[in-house]
Design a protein around this ligand. Structure first.
Ligand SMILES: NC(=O)c1ccc[n+]([C@@H]2O[C@H](COP(=O)([O-])OP(=O)(O)OC[C@H]3O[C@@H](n4cnc5c(N)ncnc54)[C@H](O)[C@@H]3O)[C@@H](O)[C@H]2O)c1
Ligand SMILES: [Zn+2]
Length: 649
């Protein structure tokens, strides 16, 4: 049974059990029902409820189960779902909902030093792009408080809410809450926490856990007497991140003394801590790297991985992918890890297989970090690897390109051809029947391109050995794929151009219409959000390659829903035709992103203020030159918030 407190939280969050019964909810929580057996609605309802209960201080399951079992399953089914890509909402507190002064995001997470190293590489790239010496950068490590995120602007106090809008809980300060360490008000983001030792001694009798206690401090209009006392005793405080004990130093030192530094910072405070936060301190890098809707790219949380296991490798099987890359699939002795049965692991490429000795008999440490197929964390006992000499599909010679082995057969490697066809029908998503077995049979009958498939009629299928019923069904399904409407970006993504997954196709088609994308220049692609120079080059080459097939299929008359274009019609955009200059550090995203958006809305964006400038948009830490110039020319100055208001965001 759910407790009364839990029921109360669900009621306040406006969550009802629609797809699950209470019994099933609890059965899932106790893992008596496997997550894979849930349909999408049930899985999502379970996650929503777990999240609300967690935020309300009455968690139903452990964090590890939440992250590695349920969110991992959701991520596998719907990688773009808002629970994966945005800040998870919290909505259980009494008080007025208000816009937050700055956006409060979640954090990106890493569970191994190698993931931290990849993050540092992204910082290095940003430093290179800005001509800043990477070695001169200061990294900062602080404890990751496991309390309640809140923001103190000096006057008002807010919960994190959904990251954009929080709840005004200024009353908590009015009730006597202090800032940790005799700190002053107005230090920005932090967490409401309670001392561990104090909790054990005075509060554990009345509250299940610290989270439960912290939630009660925020949630209740009338404080419980022990909570009131804890505030008086300054055991429960607001701890601004700016006041946290920190390690600071260069990347070289951090990488060298990683374990030691993490351990020291992890234990630097007497509060519940669920990791450490690593971030870069240089404002230029922060602005340059910006943020996703979920986290700042210049910050990352390092958490301990609870789900690791040591297993023996049975064999490493080469598989040829759609692009001809040979992927090593590592098969291991089956093992259960945080609830799931694992039988295989990913090694990124054959270079890694060779370097690390990933061969039959080797013992490896697996970590399940949010992905369904676990990563190889460490090779404990290496073994001689088996390197494939030929493509496992067509027997052609293999060549190395960088870290990867490739099949040299670009025309009729069965694996490449079949995977491309399969990919096409799967991504379209408006048909059934073209799975691996069907496609293999077509391949054997010399039907090896998608346009040829669309020319087949029922008797052609029958002649290839498909039964009469299946043959008719295949023809019906082809017809259905042509007449059932799909988004144009989905259609484009089905061609499997390297780097043009669903997301990038949608971005591209928000600016250009379908056939015209084939005549775009590299500059035009680079100008779009998310397309760097290197990507643009690869995308152009990829588009060239599919153009003939695309034209043939496009002519068949698929029913495509056009993506809504980003450009607003002039007159409707409040900044169309206006001349803008952006300066300073922006809080709501990177300056580059804002500039791109402004351009897409029809504004001209310059770098210097002149008599022609309409608006100067200022972030934080603005130099005097631009401000003086604006004053001199009578240019209207807008704060970041005023600007976002103006464009209606
Ligand atoms: N058990 C459950 O049922 C359940 C349900 C939902 C979420 N969760 C847990 O919550 C996590 C997601 O929560 P989240 O979005 O708060 O993300 P998160 O765990 O990544 O934490 C992000 C937050 O860390 C805080 N933070 C703490 N110390 C900090 C420091 N030193 N510097 C900067 N920021 C610091 C910030 O307030 C920031 O908002 C999940 O990974 C999961 O483990 C558990
Ligand atoms: Zn091949």
């Amino acid at each position: 049974m759910l407790t009364d407190n839990q029921k109360d939280i669900l009621k306040r969050s406006n969550l009802n059990l629609k797809h699950l019964s209470e019994e099933k909810l609890l059965a899932i929580a106790s893992r008596a029902v496997d997550e894979a057996k849930l349909n999408d609605e049930e899985l999502l309802e379970f996650i929503e409820i777990a999240n609300a209960l967690y935020r309300g201080g009455e968690a139903l399951i452990s964090d590890a189960e939440y992250d590695f079992t349920f969110i991992a399953e959701l991520k596998r089914r719907h990688p773009k779902h808002s629970f994966v890509t945005r800040v998870e909402p919290e909505s259980v507190f009494a008080g007025k909902t208000v816009e937050l002064p700055v956006r409060m995001l979640s954090t990106d997470k890493a569970y191994s030093q190698s993931e931290i190293e990849s993050w540092a590489k992204r910082i290095q790239k940003a430093a290179d792009e800005l001509n800043i010496a990477f070695d001169s950068l200061v990294f900062k490590v602080t404890p990751k408080l496991d309390g309640y995120a809140a923001y103190d602007d000096g006057e008002r106090f807010y919960t994190r809410g959904d990251g954009r809008k929080g709840t005004d809980i200024t009353r908590v300060f009015e009730r006597g809450l202090q800032v940790a360490d005799n700190g002053s008000r107005g230090l920005g983001a932090g967490e409401i926490v309670v001392g561990k030792t104090y909790f054990q001694r005075y509060l554990s009798e009345f509250f299940d856990n610290t989270r439960n206690f912290q939630a009660s401090v925020i949630k209740e209009k009338d404080l419980e007497q022990h909570a009131e006392q804890a505030i008086k005793d300054q055991a429960a405080v607001f701890f601004p991140f700016a006041k946290l004990p920190a390690w600071q130093g260069s990347w070289t030192e951090l990488a060298e003394r990683f374990d030691e530094i993490v351990k020291q910072i992890w234990h630097a405070v007497d509060y519940d801590v669920d990791g450490v936060i690593l971030e870069i301190t240089d404002e230029r890098i922060k602005t340059h790297m910006g943020a996703t809707r979920h986290h700042h790219r210049w910050q990352i949380a390092y958490k301990e991985n609870v789900a690791t296991a040591e297993v023996k490798i049975l064999q490493v099987v080469p598989q040829t992918s759609r692009s001809g890359r040979i992927t090593p699939v590592v098969e291991v002795e089956p093992i259960r890890l945080s609830g799931a049965l694992l039988q295989r692991a990913t090694a990124h490429h054959y270079k890694m297989v060779v370097d690390k000795g990933i061969g039959p008999g080797a013992v490896i440490k697996l970590a399940r970090s949010g992905e369904v197929i676990p990563k190889i964390e460490e090779v404990i006992t290496p073994a001689e690897p088996d390197l494939p000499e030929q493509c496992p599909s067509c027997g052609s010679e293999l060549v190395w390109d960088g870290d990867f082995l490739y099949c040299t057969n670009n025309f009729d490697c069965p694996a490449q051809v079949s995977h491309s066809i399969e990919h096409f029908f799967r991504v379209l998503g408006n048909n059934d029947g073209f799975g691996p077995a069907t496609i293999a049979k077509l391949y054997d009958n010399d039907i090896r391109t998608i346009d040829k498939i669309y020319q087949l009629n029922a008797s052609d299928f029958e002649a290839m050995g498909f039964g009469p019923k299946q043959s008719q069904n295949l023809v019906d399904q082809l017809q259905r794929s042509l007449s059932e409407p799909i988004e144009d970006w989905r259609f484009l993504a089905a061609f499997g151009v390297f780097r043009m997954g669903l997301g990038n196709c949608e971005k591209l088609l928000a600016h250009y219409r379908l056939p015209e994308i084939f005549s775009l220049s590299e500059e035009e692609i680079v100008a779009l959000e998310g397309f760097a120079e290197k990507t643009a080059d690869i995308v152009l080459k990829g588009l060239k390659k599919i153009e003939p097939l695309f034209n043939q299929l496009y002519r068949l008359g698929f029913v495509l829903n056009e993506t809504k274009t980003k450009e607003m019609p002039a007159g409707q955009s409040p900044i169309a035709g206006k001349s803008l200059v952006f300066t300073g550090t922006m809080q709501q995203g990177s300056r580059e992103d804002m500039i791109r958006e402004a351009k897409a809305m029809g504004a001209k964006v310059g770098s210097a203020v002149s008599g022609k400038t309409d608006y100067l948009v200022i972030g934080e830490k603005v130099g005097a030159t631009k401000l003086n110039a604006a004053e001199k020319h009578g240019v209207r100055i807008l704060s970041e918030a005023e600007y976002l208001d103006l464009i209606g965001r």
